[in-house]
Design a protein around this ligand. Sequence first.
Ligand SMILES: [Zn+2]
Length: 281
Amino acid sequence: MFPSIRRWRRRRVLEQHALPDALVEQAFSAQWALQRLDGPDRRRLRELATLFLHDRDVYGAGGLEPEPGMAVEVALVGCLPVLNLGLDWYRDVRTLVLYPGDFVARHRYQDEAGIEHDEESVMAGEAWERGPVVLSWANVEASRDADGFNVVLHEFAHKLDMVNGEANGHPPLHRGMDRQRWTRAFFMAYERLCAELDAGGEPWIDPYAAESPAEFFSVLSEAFFELPWLLKAEEATVYEQLALFYRQDPAAGMKGPVGYSSSSPSSSFPDASSVCSSPSS
Ligand SMILES: [Zn+2]
């Protein structure tokens, strides 16, 4: 599409399909991860969410009929990671599916002997490669606090990871970023987490992060936007890499919400079995 046509289309969508003020305000005040944004960033995020929703289908499943406010909240939080990257990063996300609560996903996989198995898992969210983002609305609501759990950020981080293929904790890096530095920062932090868990410790982040490098990237992305001051204190080099990748510095001038206790996050993580997976379609 010619740039001028693209700009014209963008302006027309923003004018004719503006998200209702009340729903936008409701989402900004509900979701902690959005509250640090200043006026200009809120306007830009709102524009991204408007354009995102205009080109996507939102379906309910499991008996849920999505209300407009649900889609607005998911879109605003989902677009936060690409606030300074742009919607092209979500070009594979054409559909959102919302369940009322945890849902059962059935997947087929092949073991090392080549034998196929069917498996059922209880999920809070799912991101499919070249496919939809599936979310449990109850878990979207449970993602509103500053506790490092945010299923929307988690699944959309998987989609960014999948831009260059299967989710593996290595999204495509921007020009000027150093792949070796990224790998070293994440590998060292991953090793520290696994060692702490092996020693019976209680890590500051969701232990589900130890499941795989892909989950590690998504869980640390949740922390980047919800507990940035803590991530920066605990894993400074990972914070630095994520700040370069997301082109945001959420820890700047932020110490956490009033009443925040550094011991509170781990107590509120859901069971690992109910978080998510990122199967290939
Ligand atoms: Zn995941």
